[in-house]
Design a protein. Structure first.
Ligand SMILES: Nc1ncnc2c1ncn2[C@@H]1O[C@H](COP(=O)(O)OP(=O)(O)O)[C@@H](O)[C@H]1O
Ligand SMILES: [Mg+2]
Length: 321
């Protein structure tokens, strides 16, 4: 027994020596073997995101290309890394950040360089969303819907849509959805449903079914619908409709009021969605946002508006203005 342990240890040790002597670079992208960190762009609980400049020589010239590198710093995030790569590689849409490569040895994902600010930082900045008029905000929202619809067309749901996971590139007026760590392929190769069987995401964005259904069998696309409803609320009002603590012990009564209001009492519903937030809100803006809130934040996932329906409404609105 001890002998086998000894062999194992020897093999692993030799492998380790071989691996560390190889100059490890991303698998297909011949960049970043030599690179310089330009700046830290952000961090998550288990990740650090850097802007890096390639310093390799390509065709006798010094490469100066910029890339965004997501470094997985913990065991937990390294498990999500493969899921993030496998799903992100499927996407090809201007409102979704493009993944370029995976560096499995150094636990890094390489993304296209997008100069942007996430919507939470934008919301917390001095000017927040107030500097944009409703048409601009709805255009931002329309781009989010387009990105999410593309994912759904590839049979993948994002599951962790939130302000922090949407970048805004001011110069291009362009939205880019990021962070596919929790994304979920919801059909198998025989086109059979693969529901989600565990709670995933961020508490303030948790849909009501997370608190009711047991055993868990969630409809992945309808979780995304709820999350974009919360994002829309944030964009319009600059705050969350309700707060849910990370340990789920404290849930804002407004959350339950909303569920009841949708089911029984429209007056209460109107109180939650007091829509006259902007001076320049037209009757059309009012009708559209009301329909979107009512549809996307429907407590029943089976009756909740799909992303495709929400996009149809917003497309029609932008056609009319
Ligand atoms: N291309 C980028 N430009 C600017 N900031 C970025 C970029 N990519 C990520 N970030 C920042 O890093 C944060 C964490 O990135 P994300 O991919 O969401 O990691 P995590 O999986 O840890 O949440 C984002 O919320 C955002 O603030
Ligand atoms: Mg994130």
């Amino acid at each position: 027994m001890n002998y086998f342990i000894f062999i194992d240890t020897q093999v692993y040790f030799s492998l380790f020596i071989i691996m560390s002597s190889i100059k490890v670079s991303p698998l297909s992208l011949s960049h970043l073997t030599n690179n310089k960190i330009i700046k830290k762009l952000g961090e998550g609980t288990d990740t650090c995101i850097y802007l890096c400049k390639c310093h390799d020589i390509h065709d006798d010239n010094l490469c100066q290309d910029l890339f965004v590198v997501k470094h997985m710093t913990t065991k937990n995030s390294r498990l999500l890394m493969y899921n993030e790569y496998n799903n992100a590689i499927v996407f090809n849409h201007k409102n979704i950040i493009s993944i370029l490569d995976i560096d499995i040895f150094n636990h890094k994902l390489i993304y296209e360089n997008v100069v942007g600010i996430d919507l939470l930082d934008l919301c917390n900045a001095n000017t927040n969303f107030c500097k944009y008029d409703i048409t601009m905000l709805l255009n931002m929202f329309q781009q989010i819907l387009r990105g999410v619809l593309h994912m759904h067309n590839q049979r993948i749901a994002h599951i962790d849509l939130k302000l922090e996971n949407v970048l805004w590139c001011e110069s291009l007026q362009l939205v880019k959805i990021i962070d596919f760590g929790h994304s979920h392929m919801y059909k198998d190769i025989h086109n059979r449903d693969r529901p989600i069987e565990a709670i995933k995401g961020t508490p303030n964005y948790f849909p009501p079914e997370y608190f009711i259904d047991k055993p868990y069998q969630f409809i992945p696309t309808q979780i995304d619908s709820w999350c974009v409803g919360i994002i829309l609320y944030n964009i319009i009002y600059d705050h969350f409709p309700w707060i849910i603590s990370d340990d789920l012990k404290t849930i804002d009564p407004m959350f339950f009021h909303h569920i009841d209001a949708m089911n029984y009492d429209n007056t209460l519903y109107d109180k939650i969605f007091h829509i006259y937030r902007f001076e320049k809100f037209t009757a059309n803006d009012y009708i559209l946002t009301r329909k979107l809130f009512k549809g996307l934040l429907h407590p029943n996932p089976h009756k909740r508006m799909t992303i495709s329906k929400a996009l149809d409404l917003v497309d029609l609105y932008s056609f009319l203005i």
